[in-house]
Design a protein around this ligand. Structure first.
Ligand code: CO
Length: 586
């Protein structure tokens, strides 16, 4: 075995893990020329959470990013991370949307499709692999790695054979939480090498501090490709440093042959760029060994922090980390990778904030009902029953979940035509809308304003800039060496969450004030009102759903706290804070 190949993750997973996926294209392009000269196996640069974040926070067209990267990287394949039948969203899509998406991604610049499924259910790969085959691009099937009693070496080998059989050109072990122990990596790769003949790539996060050793042992066992990140964006919840791995193998039979001086020039660039994103940085930068028990992957950890912050409950992080493995077990041991990481994570947050399973999110119900595919282990039967009842289903879904979904591209296209006022919307716009129907319309409206620009933040403010009338000013306050972001605004100003990136949308409806005559229904969590579940002025019984709210990317029902006539205090689209009154009953 010789010449280990490397895939650098700087443009996707690294910033997704370290600073909430906020890197803008403008910070990527200036270094592409050098990145393209290194001789990487691939640059992972698209997919995962980047698509969502680009539209949601950066006012950037993700397709435009892909095209720009492709023309700036003529010699290095761009790898994208695709969640099988989920694509980049949080639900299963119809086969026609999956096929169109893969075609468009290939056309716009993706050279390698890394496809995975959170449940390791090969039925969820079928359509994406078939579509990718037609494009002639490289297909990499990724196994979501976990260390539950139901994720065994034998099971992984079985899956690898299956993926090779259905047409994968290479196989990845996707270790989201840094749980792959070096000696297990060796044994696993040895076992895989005996069973399959396609190349093996190892993706192992640094969260627990084991990744450098795991990659080295995997190489020894015969893995041909390793995932690394240029050093300023390495370690913590990210990955092993590229230069370090190059140096470890230098002069051995595994020598990567990469130019360390060129890598150092690239590192110098990212060291500067990183300063732009200080405010988004994950608090977990060293080795976090709690994860050896909780199994919470890097991206999920920084997401959990952000979401608890939004709920004003950051002090509950430890409780949530303890709750996650319990929910994972109840849900049949899905591995904690998107979207199941989010589904399990947010259910754990709700369990901690509101009591265990007082509220199941819509996504939790679907997962329990089998709508995401087969979970590795049996689920908590009481919860399955609760989910089936709520969904009015007689029994769990046991066929390929997407078989249930009728073609939907044309319907989505018609909606985009209306939205954009054109008869010829681009396929890419339709797909953006398909992925994120709540985000895309807003993004389309603001797209022409161009992407947000991030600048380095000073460590401490010199003189506060004067705020305009009724405008909130943002300051960084340094207390005992720690920086705190604070917002200062005149009394009566509405301060919206998410002040960090770009313009936070103002609440579309002014908060209504309860008359005082009825029972107030508070929002259990901060979020965005999606729709009313009953008509204004209608009668509801206690416990009946009155409002659907989107919180932390999950859908949640808000229930009536009493019976009577309902009067809504917020409109659809309004952003609400935790405990804000949303309706009054009586
Ligand atoms: Co990753």
């Amino acid at each position: 075995m010789a010449n280990i190949k490397l895939t650098d993750l700087a443009l996707r997973d690294a910033h997704q893990s370290l600073f909430a996926t906020r890197m803008v294209t403008a910070d990527m392009l200036p270094i592409c020329d050098k990145l393209d000269k290194v001789g990487y196996f691939a640059l992972e640069a698209w997919g995962g959470a980047t698509f969502d974040t680009a539209m949601r926070f950066l006012n950037e067209d993700p397709w435009d990013r892909l095209r720009k990267l492709k023309s700036a990287l003529p010699n290095t394949p761009i790898m994208m991370l695709l969640r099988g039948q989920n694509l980049l969203g949080y639900r299963h899509y119809a086969d026609d949307v999956v096929t169109k998406f893969v075609e468009a991604a290939a056309k716009n610049g993706v050279g390698i499709f890394r496809i995975f499924d959170a449940l390791n259910d090969p039925r969820n790969f079928k359509t994406a692999i078939e579509a990718a085959k037609k494009t002639g691009k490289h297909i990499q099937a990724a196994i979501s790695y976990a260390t539950t009693p139901f994720h065994t070496r034998e099971k992984y080998v079985e899956l690898a054979k299956e993926y090779e059989k259905i047409g994968a050109n290479s196989l990845a072990i996707k270790d989201m939480a840094g749980l792959l122990k070096p000696y297990e990596a060796y044994e696993l790769v040895k076992a895989l090498k005996k069973a399959i003949s396609i190349p093996i790539e190892i993706h192992s996060h640094s969260t627990t501090g084991m990744s450098v050793a795991a990659l080295a042992k995997a190489a020894e066992a015969g893995a041909e490709i390793l995932d690394t990140v240029i050093s300023p964006l390495a370690m913590g919840t990210s990955h092993s440093p590229t230069e370090t791995m190059v140096e470890i193998f230098k002069g051995t039979e595994y020598d990567t042959g990469l130019d360390t001086n060129l890598l150092l020039e690239i590192a110098a660039y990212f060291r500067e760029i990183k300063k732009n994103y200080k405010k988004f940085e994950s608090g977990f930068l060293g080795a976090d060994t709690r994860i050896l028990v909780s199994q919470v992957p890097g991206g999920m950890l920084s997401n959990m922090e952000g979401q608890l912050k939004e709920q004003g409950a950051l002090d509950k992080l430890d409780d949530v980390l303890k709750e996650i493995p319990l929910v994972q077990k109840d849900f049949g041991y899905p591995s904690l990778v998107t979207p199941t990481s989010q589904i399990v994570g947010i259910q754990a947050v709700l369990n901690v904030l509101q009591g265990r399973y007082v509220n199941l999110t819509a996504e939790s119900k679907d997962l329990l009902a089998g709508k995401y595919g087969a979970c590795p282990a049996p689920k908590n039967p009481a919860l399955v029953k609760k989910a089936l009842e709520a969904l009015k289903l007689e029994k769990e879904v046991t066929y390929r979940p997407a078989d249930d979904i009728p073609p939907e591209f044309e319907k989505l296209e018609a909606e985009v035509k209306k939205l954009l006022g054109t008869d010829t919307p681009s396929v890419e716009d339709v797909l953006s809308y398909a992925m994120f129907p709540k985000i895309a319309p807003d993004f389309f409206k603001k797209r022409s304003q161009g992407p947000v620009v991030f600048k380095p933040e000073p460590d401490a403010p010199s003189a506060p800039a004067p705020a305009g009338k009724n405008e909130a000013a943002k300051y960084v306050v340094n207390v005992n060496g720690a920086n705190y972001n604070v917002v200062v605004a005149p009394a009566g100003t509405v301060i919206t969450a998410g002040v960090a990136a770009g313009a936070a949308p103002a609440p579309e409806a002014a908060a209504g004030v309860p008359s005082g005559g009825g029972t107030v229904v508070p929002a259990p969590v901060a979020g965005t009102i999606i729709r009313y579940a009953v008509d204004e002025g209608g009668n509801v019984a206690a416990g009946e759903t009155v409002i659907i709210i989107e919180s932390m990317k999950m859908e949640l029902e808000i229930k009536a706290t009493a019976g009577g006539k309902v009067h809504f205090l917020v409109s659809a689209g309004a952003k609400v804070t935790a405990r804000q009154p949303v309706a009054e009953i009586g």
